[in-house]
Design a protein around this ligand. Structure first.
Ligand SMILES: [Zn+2]
Length: 68
C-alpha cells in the first residue's frame, strides 16, 4: 500500500513506547531518540558479546551526519 510522501505517520518507539513521527530524516527511527536507539543496541550488544559499557556516541553522531 503506497502512502503519500507528504503524510506523516506515527509509530511507537520499540524501546519506550513513545509515539514518534516517522520521518525519513529521523535517523533514530524506529526509535524516538538516540537514547532509545542506544539502549536497544547496548542491550543487544550485551546479550551477544557482554561488552563493557563503552560510549557509542561517536559512532552514532557519525551515522547521523551521513543518515540523510
Ligand atoms: Zn523511545
Amino acid at each position: 500500500m503506497n502512502t503519500p510522501n507528504t503524510k506523516t505517520s506515527k509509530v511507537p518507539c520499540p524501546n519506550c513506547g513513545t509515539e514518534l513521527i516517522w520521518d525519513k530524516q529521523n535517523s533514530f527511527r524506529p526509535f524516538c531518540s538516540a537514547n532509545c536507539k542506544n539502549n536497544d543496541l547496548v542491550a543487544w550488544a550485551n546479550e551477544e558479546h557482554a561488552i563493557p559499557g563503552e560510549p557509542m556516541e561517536d559512532v552514532f553522531s557519525d551515522d547521523l551526519e551521513r543518515g540523510i
